[in-house]
Structures are given as C-alpha cells and as structure tokens.
Design a protein around this ligand. Structure first.
Ligand SMILES: CC(C)(COP(=O)(O)OP(=O)(O)OC[C@H]1O[C@@H](n2cnc3c(N)ncnc32)[C@H](O)[C@@H]1OP(=O)(O)O)[C@@H](O)C(=O)NCCC(=O)NCCS
Length: 184
C-alpha cells in the first residue's frame, strides 16, 4: 500500500529529543544509473551510464556529533503520523550570502510523494528570511536520483571537484558535484 502523506507536517529539529528517530532515518539510495566524468584539458562532461549491479550508498549522519550539528543553522524534520520521514539541515554563510544544504533525506517508504520538495520549500523560506541569494549543495556523480530531483527543483550545475574525496575510503569512484538555485 502506498504511504499516505496527507498529515505530513514539518517542524524544527530538536536535540536531543529527535536524535534517536533521526539516527534511524534511512539515508541511503540505490541507483542503476550514474554520471561518468569525462575530462578534457580544460573541460569536463558528465555522461549518463548504466551500472550493473545497481549501486548503493548510505550517507553518514552523525546526530550525536556536536561538530556536525554546529553548522545546522536551520534543521527541520518531516513527520507523518508521528513517524520521522524526512530531514533537512542547512547553514547560512554570511560572507557570500549562501544557504548550504548539508543534509536532505526522505525515508525510502515516503519517496516520490513530494516530501523532498516540501523540505526544499521550507529551506527556501528560511533562506529568504536571512536574505540569502542562493541555495547551494554538494552531491556526487553517482547520486543519479538526487541529481534528477535537484534539476527538477530548478537547481543548476555550478561546479565539480574531482579531488575532494579520498577515493581509498570509497567503495566506488566518486567526484563532488555542486548545484545552486537562486532565491528570488
Ligand atoms: C533525493 C530525495 C531527497 C528526494 O526526495 P523525494 O521526497 O523522493 O522527492 P519528491 O517526491 O519531492 O520529488 C520531486 C520530483 O523530483 C524528481 N525525482 C525525485 N526522485 C527522483 C528519482 N529517484 N528519479 C527521478 N526523478 C526523481 C521527480 O521529478 C519528482 O516528481 P515526480 O515524483 O512527480 O516525478 C530522496 O530520494 C532521498 O532521500 N534520497 C536518498 C538520500 C539522498 O540522496 N539525499 C540527497 C543527498 S545530496
């Protein structure tokens, strides 16, 4: 049965009250497609490619780590019938008036229902309230589903970093991709 999100509500994340529920939120994704980087001397392209078997990744979310939480200027939980089904955390950096999306996860059972879009609407309102000029985020070339989501939400590809991650710590090659959306 499809989950109902008719009583979906967003509210501020509270620590430590919400820590256990957040730690249980499944931050993973599985994908049959990725973007393979193709490099030229001064150019860079992303080519869509199938992967078989499908690729799996789980994002770390260290709720108990104060150094992690200190950058959460804005943190919101999406709840459906008392269950935590989504989370977004963001930071406002004043020097460049950007809101950085550090975390955005929706429980697998509640994906493709508009929960992620609602969390983006909420952070957009926050960004406007602090007079930010854009939302900005980092994702990876292997997170094909999230890239579809961000593009659909109006984010534009604004950069990459092929040396950001220590590849020896990763199960598959990953590069960082950056996306931004202006605040109007
Ligand atoms: C990315 C994520 C947050 C999207 O949340 P969501 O609640 O499923 O997204 P929505 O339902 O609001 O999607 C809005 C639109 O985005 C697009 N979209 C979302 N997920 C998609 C997917 N897997 N494949 C293709 N398009 C997708 C669709 O156009 C969708 O509209 P539609 O369902 O009417 O076609 C969710 O998939 C997730 O938690 N993924 C795992 C964690 C993750 O990767 N986080 C991002 C880290 S950078």
């Amino acid at each position: 049965m499809q989950p109902d999100i008719s009583t979906l509500a967003l509210r501020s994340f509270r620590y430590p009250q919400d820590a256990d529920a957040l730690a249980k939120l499944d931050t993973s994704f599985t994908t049959e497609r990725i973007y393979r980087p193709v490099y030229g001397a001064l150019s860079f392209q992303l080519r869509e490619e199938r992967v078989d078997p499908p690729l799996y990744k789980r994002y770390p979310l260290e709720v108990e780590n104060p150094a992690e939480r200190v950058v959460w200027d804005y943190a919101v939980i999406a709840e459906e019938a008392g269950e935590t089904v989504g989370f977004l955390a963001a930071q406002y950096t004043e020097w460049n008036r950007r809101v950085i999306l550090w975390h955005l996860y929706v429980a697998p059972s509640h994906r493709r229902k508009g929960v992620g879009a609602k969390l983006l609407e909420a952070v957009e309102a926050y960004a406007r309230s602090v007079r930010a000029r854009c939302l900005w985020l980092e994702t990876q070339n292997i997170n094909y589903p999230a890239i579809q989501f961000y593009q659909r939400a109006g984010f534009a590809f604004c950069g990459f970093d092929s040396s950001l991650y220590d590849q020896s710590e990763l199960e598959q090659e990953e590069i960082a991709l950056f996306f931004a959306r202006p605040i109007h």
